[in-house]
Design a binder for this molecule. Structure first.
Ligand code: SF4
Length: 469
């Protein structure tokens, strides 16, 4: 009888996993609550629900005598009715309290729990009391050892990755543990890990290091060919900057051209100045890219070490990418340390000038483990208890977690709300959908969903301010 291992992915409180008020869902009227629930399900089905790649990678590790199952709790409650020999929970900061509660329930039933993921890697000590086993660091290599020890009955309390896994070794990802029809697509591909930059609000470089570790191009092409046989839907390259190494990206996407796939990815706006690579992107089927603009204020970019693109080149680059036929999701953060009450007008002008297809207007989230978290804590600007890691949570712009540097909190919330009201409305959604260089229906849908999600953001920020008064 094989050992049964469950790999658990937890839903977040709001945003991509749902549309709900974090402050007063109960006080929302019945019809509106029904509407929120309907939109929540629609968002999951049509836009955002992609499988958890980290768990797909672990489930692909072969271990004799072990059967692994992914339990995606965005779609189902944990299957307590089955017999489990080990349950692994992926813990993100912001969902730690939920993860610990589930771990407690499982352990009370005598089921051993292994906790892993970003939060465990950054804050192992705080996780230790909640687990039988901790998996610390990127788990690609240690997972096989851990499963073997499970079979041998020699599980240890801690498995730690001392050196980041060598991704140039073949590591084929298989999807047998996924229920494919739940997801928008199952064609998730990661070409490498690590980031050479050091933006202070990001923990990618903290977790995965500053050196780019890439998979072999031949392995990637084989994997994409194999995935395509099994799921003809769109591909999603999950790398934070798919053009971080332009020569690698040029070779990869040139070799993908004959496969005839369509794909989304994430890139830096520098792509607008890389004409050969841009051409390879469009020829290989690139439909849309997410670009992290973060800020158009030079003072804010300097304050947060966002150094890789010059603000005076951003607009030109974005226009060049859109002209090539690729739709763009441009992500901003308002409330950075160089921002003032004049920043929203500059963001509005920038969106109008570049005709961004889907703007994302975020509030800074000082994620524990990032440099900006440490700095805001030292400056006494955090609005949550920095020693209670469970009090940090992810929301869709629904909660201020710090005091902006140059703008009093009530004025900031008023100006942020005004900005999102102007950016997201039905008229803009229809216009952006019609003007998008590609995937027009998806651009329309995204903008309509955002009109709804940002109305929740305004509602919750108002509620938060009342409570803070
Ligand atoms: S925000 Fe992007 S560019 Fe900056 S450190 Fe993170 S992954 Fe790298």
């Amino acid at each position: 009888m094989n050992k049964q291992v469950a790999l658990v992915f937890l839903p977040s409180d709001s945003g991509v996993d749902g549309a709900r008020s974090i402050y007063s869902e109960e006080s929302v009227s019945g019809p509106l609550r029904w509407f929120n629930g309907t939109v929540r399900n629609l968002i999951k089905k049509t836009q955002f629900a992609i499988p958890p790649l980290a768990l797909m990678i672990l489930a692909s590790v072969e271990a004799p005598g072990v059967e692994q199952t992914i339990c995606d709790l965005r779609f189902e409650p944990f299957p307590f009715d089955r017999t489990w020999d080990l349950v692994g929970i992926s813990v993100q900061t912001g969902m730690a309290a939920k993860a610990f509660a589930l771990a407690g329930e499982l352990r009370a039933k005598g089921i051993p729990v292994v906790l892993g993921g970003a939060h465990v890697t950054l804050f192992a000590d705080s996780c230790r009391p909640h687990a039988d086993v901790l998996a610390i660091g990127e788990a690609d290599d240690l997972w096989g050892k851990l499963l073997k020890d499970l079979v041998d009955g020699t599980l240890k309390p801690e498995y730690r990755t001392e050196t980041p896994p060598d991704l140039s070794r073949p590591r084929p990802v298989v999807k047998t543990s996924l229920q494919k029809n739940r997801y928008f697509t199952t064609n998730l591909v990661q070409t490498g890990r690590g980031c050479p930059y050091r933006c202070d609000f990001c923990n990618v470089h903290v977790l995965n290091g500053h050196t780019l570790r890439q998979r072999r191009i031949g392995d990637l092409v084989d994997e994409i060919r194999r995935f395509r046989e099994d799921d003809r839907r769109i591909f999603f390259f999950v790398d934070d900057s798919i053009n971080a190494d332009p020569a690698f990206a040029l070779e990869l996407f040139t070799r993908l051209e004959p496969l005839g796939i369509r794909w989304f990815g994430q890139a830096t706006t520098a792509l607008g100045q890389q004409p050969r690579l841009l051409d390879a992107f469009t020829r290989s089927g690139c439909q849309a890219l997410l670009v992290g603009i973060e800020s158009i204020e030079t003072a804010s970019r300097d304050a947060h070490r966002k150094t890789q693109n010059r603000s005076d080149e951003l607009a030109g680059n974005i226009k060049a990418i859109r002209q090539s036929g690729i739709s763009l999701y441009g992500s901003f953060i308002y409330g950075l340390d160089g921002d003032t009450l004049d920043t929203p007008a500059a963001i509005l002008d920038f969106i109008a000038d570049t005709r961004l297809d889907v703007p994302g207007i975020n509030i800074l989230r000082p994620n524990p483990g990032t440099k900006v978290f440490d700095r805001l804590r030292e400056e006494g600007r955090l609005l949550f208890d920095p020693d209670d890691l469970a009090s940090f949570r992810y929301t869709f712009g629904q909660e201020m977690l710090y005091r902006p540097k140059n703008i009093p909190l009530p004025d900031f919330i008023a100006s942020y709300s005004e900005l999102t009201r102007k950016v997201f409305n039905t008229g803009n959604a229809i216009r952006r959908g019609m003007e998008a260089p590609s995937i027009k229906p998806a651009v329309l849908l995204f903008n309509l969903f955002y009109a709804h999600l940002y109305s929740l953001s305004r509602h919750d920020l108002r509620q938060q301010l009342e409570r803070l008064d």
